[in-house]
Design a protein around this ligand. Sequence first.
Ligand SMILES: [Mg+2]
Length: 218
Amino acid sequence: MSHILTKNSFAAINLDGVLGACLDLDDTLYAYEPCNRKGYEAVLRRVQDRQIVGAEELEAAWKEARNKTHVQLKGQAASHSRLLYLHSALELIFGKSRPLLALELEDCFWEAYLDAMEWNPEAEQFLQRLNAADIRTCIVTDLTTHIQFRKWARLGLERYFDFMVTSEEAGLEKPDPVIFRLALDKLQLPPEQVIMVGDNHEKDILGAAQSGIRAYLI
Ligand SMILES: [Mg+2]
């Protein structure tokens, strides 16, 4: 339990007796915020350039739509869906659904986002350590599967990971134990032989600890 409230560096994580490792993706393997900002800015530029709607109007509608989606889908992967934010924002603006435009802007968001992704070098070194020690690895991540697979492709996670579990697949988000149970099933290991590493105290650390997995906040 002593690991739970202390922030750790990747290099300091002790791998003695560890046979499996679960890692969070967003804000653990790379910095989330710069990517999210790039995606958002690309969408605002696109609607302005194409004179679809003013950037300020979209910003206000996006904010309202995001809050509504968070409340409506709390605890589910799709609560962060940019497609749903855009769908709902465009309905607020146009008074009707605009699925084709929502799809176009979603693509625009994720293209710019993925393009901005850069490895946290310490995380990559840690994964090399895990691989060298023959430790089985699983990403445990909140969000819909399609975009998390695209991030997997962008970072080349194939090189380092055996498995991925998304909250869409599990049905509920971290810290719900269901997602950690699914990861343990895939790794075919008991919780005592597995560690979890992530940036979010409630989701990654308390969630894993509830399932008996030793967790490291980084
Ligand atoms: Mg995270």
